[in-house]
Design a protein around this ligand. Structure first.
Ligand SMILES: Nc1ncnc2c1ncn2[C@@H]1O[C@H](COP(=O)(O)OP(=O)(O)OP(=O)(O)O)[C@@H](O)[C@H]1O
Ligand SMILES: [Mg+2]
Length: 313
């Protein structure tokens, strides 16, 4: 099977700023891919290049087998895009906005009407669809935006931060739609997010990017698995931060230390904890708190970049 989205060694700079340094992405048909990274990582720049809106300085992209640069018309026919900054015309009703989108794609009137009815039902906008979009809440706007880009029944959906600014309830709703589009319509979805829970909940494959580079890529469980099945966290005051010899033992899968926190990935937390505490105590450190958790994608990110993923919701 050919990838639906294939991007090789993309690079893009804006003057002095290198927004994307080297990103390659391959997404199989019917799967969900999440680009996960903090603010400024290069997510929107990448999605804009993938969707023909921005010309890469370097690299090549094909969507559904078509070259994004040479066959941009063919590519535009199969993709739907939602933007991070919503660009709704506030003086239209939701229904008019959807109808306008349908006209752009030359969908005939009766088909447009039927599709709008279906989509309004799907995203749960109800009677609000006949109100001016200027009166919509953030969540309603995101849902209308999703409906808008589904008007032309795209094969491939690009969603730039689809749940930014939404409360947990509406995030969950959007997650449900995305899952449904994948399972019921076999849609290929590439989304960006800086929420690791979102990537974990939705994605078949996650690409962790930072500073315009792909740091790690894999299924959520494989990425998390690399850290070990349990994560022992010690907080306190640690002055001896050199990587101790015992971390090369087979049961230690990862090690990361700062002056206030040590994180150790291990095979079985409960079995190793006493030993770990003993080892860390020996070197003259002070442990104040100990916990064992399952690692999350956030821990993978921290391990890859040395920084926490800021979640600015
Ligand atoms: N049109 C532009 N002109 C100049 N600099 C830009 C432009 N677009 C993006 N950048 C810069 O490129 C870098 C990557 O930006 P980008 O918007 O791709 O990040 P992002 O991962 O989408 O971030 P966020 O999570 O905040 O949406 C940033 O340093 C940004 O300031
Ligand atoms: Mg962005």
């Amino acid at each position: 099977m050919q990838p639906m989205i294939q991007a090789r060694t993309l690079a893009k700079r804006f003057g002095e700023v290198v927004a994307v340094r080297n990103i390659s992405v391959s997404v199989m048909p019917g799967s969900v891919y999440a680009l996960l990274g903090p603010n400024g990582a290069g997510k929107s720049t990448t999605i804009n290049m993938l969707t023909t809106l921005l010309k890469p300085d370097q690299g090549s992209i094909t969507i559904n087998g078509h070259d994004v640069e040479r066959e941009s018309d063919l590519v535009r026919r199969v993709i739907g895009v939602t933007f991070q900054d919503l660009v709704l015309d506030r003086d239209l009703t939701g229904r008019e906005a959807l109808d306008f989108a349908g006209r752009l794609y030359n969908i005939e009137a009766s088909k447009r009407r039927a599709r709008i009815t279906d989509l309004v039902e799907m995203v749960g906008l109800g009677d609000a669809i006949d109100r001016m979009t200027g009166t919509y809440s953030g969540g309603m706007r995101r849902r209308l935006e999703l409906a808008r880009c589904l008007m032309m029944e795209p094969k491939v959906l690009f969603l730039d931060e689809p749940t930014q600014g939404l409360d947990p309830q509406h995030r969950a709703l959007i997650w449900d739609y995305i899952r449904m589009l994948k399972t019921q319509q076999g849609m290929t979805v590439l989304l960006t997010t800086h929420g690791m829970d979102e990537a974990e909940a939705l994605a078949d494959v996650v690409g962790i990017i930072d500073h315009g580079k792909m740091m790690h890529e894999g299924t959520p469980s494989a990425l998390i698995g690399q850290l070990g099945s349990d994560l022992i966290r010690l907080s306190g005051t640690f002055t001896h931060l050199h990587t101790p010899e015992w971390t090369s033992e087979q049961w230690v899968t990862s090690w990361q230390a700062s002056e206030t926190e040590i994180r150790i990935g291990v095979d079985i937390g409960a079995r190793r904890i006493t030993q770990v505490i003993e080892f860390v105590n020996q070197s003259g450190n002070t442990i104040e708190e100990v916990s064992i958790t399952r690692p999350s994608l956030g821990d993978v990110f921290l391990q890859a970049t040395g920084r926490a993923l800021r979640d600015e919701r």
